[in-house]
Design a protein around this ligand. Structure first.
Ligand code: F6R
Length: 260
């Protein structure tokens, strides 16, 4: 695992955009895994900017969302299929039909979860999976206690996550209780996991994920098992990492051409 500590969240957004841009620039068909929430927004804005002024193209990309609320109408502004359109895909040249997400409107969410897992299996590997982390260490919507080998399924959000996400709704009671999420096993099939976090409120979760024990109690600790995981954090989110100095030293002396 590589931990990249940068002065600001904007610096982190540029590094995440660099990673995504590098695979897009190969000009080959590519599957991208996208997170919603606040964490990737600066990276998405940077990617949009590079499309507008730098000729970057998503034309050969397919995108797969991590998760979706159960029960929100498809046109609800906080449904993740709408969020990703608003924050990224409506502003780049990706084929709208190539943007996939679990169907949170299905009357049978259990079947919808299995269907999405099958869509992912049929699509082939995700080249780069962008991830945020919950303040309780969740990854996707895999809350503490989630099997590290889990597949896409229905999950129940913790009170903490509903409180954390209340800012997007009219209070915590309006946040749906149930979600569809790629499992930790599903997420781990991606070739490169890129977790981004900023702010002191994420520091404990980042430290648990990176330096704590590998445990279902901190779902994001599954990154420790992955052969290619990059954690991009600002100084505040890095604030509780015991080995922060070492991670900075590694980054400072990164061999030329090593990439992320
Ligand atoms: C969203 C997702 C979640 C978020 C996490 C952090 O698709 O999978 O795991 O990444 O809840 O949310 P923010 O970035 O809003 O702090």
């Amino acid at each position: 695992m590589e931990v990249v500590i940068l002065p600001t969240a904007a610096d982190g957004g540029r590094v995440v955009a660099d990673i995504v841009a590098a695979v897009l620039q190969r000009g080959e068909p590519v599957n991208l895994g996208l997170a919603t929430g606040s964490s990737p927004l600066l990276a998405y804005r940077e990617l949009i900017r590079r499309c507008r002024v730098g000729g970057l193209s998503f034309a050969r990309a397919a995108a797969f969302l991590l998760d979706e609320y159960v029960g929100l109408p498809a046109d609800h502004p906080e449904s993740y299929r709408q969020v990703i359109r608003r924050e990224l895909t409506d502003h780049v040249d990706i084929d709208p039909g190539a943007v996939h997400s679990p169907d949170g409107t299905s009357p049978d969410p259990v079947a919808a979860a299995a269907d999405y897992e099958n869509v992912l299996l049929a699509a082939g590997p995700i080249r780069v999976q962008i991830l945020g982390i919950g303040t309780n260490g969740h990854l996707g919507f895999n809350e503490p206690g989630s099997s590290l080998a889990s597949a896409t399924r229905v999950k129940t959000l913790t009170r903490q996550t509903r409180a954390d996400n209340a800012r997007f709704f009219d209070g915590p009671n309006e946040v749906p209780r149930h979600v569809l999420t790629q499992g930790l096993g599903t997420i781990s099939r991606a070739e490169h996991l890129v977790l981004t976090a900023s702010g002191a409120h994420k520091a404990a979760a980042v430290a648990a994920a990176v330096e704590g024990p590998l445990t279902a109690s901190c779902p994001a600790s599954v990154l420790q098992l992955h052969p290619h995981a990059t954690v991009v954090v600002d100084e505040a989110a890095a604030g509780r990492l015991a080995n922060a100095e070492f991670y900075r030293e590694i980054h400072e002396h990164k061999p030329a051409g090593q990439g992320y």
